[in-house]
Design a protein around this ligand. Structure first.
Ligand code: IPE
Ligand code: MG
Length: 231
């Protein structure tokens, strides 16, 4: 969800106003995804590197996160949304960590839609944690080095049990992944939208989905092979 700050600057507004509009856009996007038949949406809300921002912006983002969760909780519940978080939740301030943990727990059995919020998330940090856990299991003999496989590694990622992303959308005209789901995105289709996140409407989402549907996903195979294996 990139471009909140530039959206605000272009309108002569404070950056936090851009974040506020961005948060509202997220709520609308969840509705749009449900309406369009998407079952999992992962949003990069706060990266492990975002702590480098001015402290007022960091605390403003957390206050906004807490407020938006509280304001839309009933709606999320009504739409049967399950909330999950990837990233180091423990390092977040208690006033946002606690309500998040409560909703993660209370929405555990919701099945209509999976909302995954990446908070204090970094893919490299996630990979390091997985490597440490596997090394610890190897040290105690729970696993042998030869048995380390992609499925073992994957099961130690914070996304364990979640599908890999089919489509990654980056807004605001930037062309990079910025430490987001680096391993899980191995075969993701990537769409770059030029609009800032607060302008990413349902129409924009539909354009991205249309672009995605034109892509041929070959997973290393040839075009001809893919044609014959598809129904
Ligand atoms: C939102 O946009 C992303 C968050 C970290 C919340 P930005 O804050 O990165 O906006 P720009 O890139 O400065 O425009
Ligand atoms: Mg940015």
């Amino acid at each position: 969800m990139d471009g909140n700050g530039r959206w605000a600057a272009a309108k002569g507004l404070p950056r936090l106003e851009g974040h506020r509009r961005g948060a509202e856009r997220l709520i609308e996007t969840i509705d749009s995804c449900i309406d369009l038949g998407v079952n999992t949406l992962t949003v990069f809300a706060f990266s492990a590197e975002n702590w480098k921002r001015p402290p007022e912006e960091v605390s403003g983002l957390f206050k906004l996160g807490e407020w938006i969760l509280r304001a839309h909780l009933a709606r999320l519940e009504r739409r049967n949304v399950r909330l999950r978080v990837i990233g180091e939740l423990a390092a977040l301030p208690e006033f946002v960590r606690k309500p998040l943990e409560e909703v993660i727990e209370s929405s555990r059995n919701n099945t209509a839609f999976n909302l995954v919020v990446a908070l204090n998330y970094g893919a490299r940090q996630e990979i390091v944690s997985a490597a440490k856990a596997i090394a610890a299991d190897a040290a105690t003999g729970k696993i042998s080095a030869d048995d380390v496989s992609w499925s073992v590694l994957e099961s130690h990622l914070q996304t364990a049990g979640m599908p890999d992303p089919d489509l990654i959308i980056r807004t605001s005209g930037e062309f990079r992944l910025s430490n987001f789901l680096l391993l899980q995105s191995a075969y993701a289709e990537i769409v770059f939208a030029s609009v800032f996140w607060p302008d990413f409407t349902k129409d924009q989402l539909q354009l991205a989905l249309a672009e995605y549907s034109k892509r041929e996903r070959r997973y290393g195979m040839t075009h001809e092979q893919v044609q014959t294996t598809q129904p």
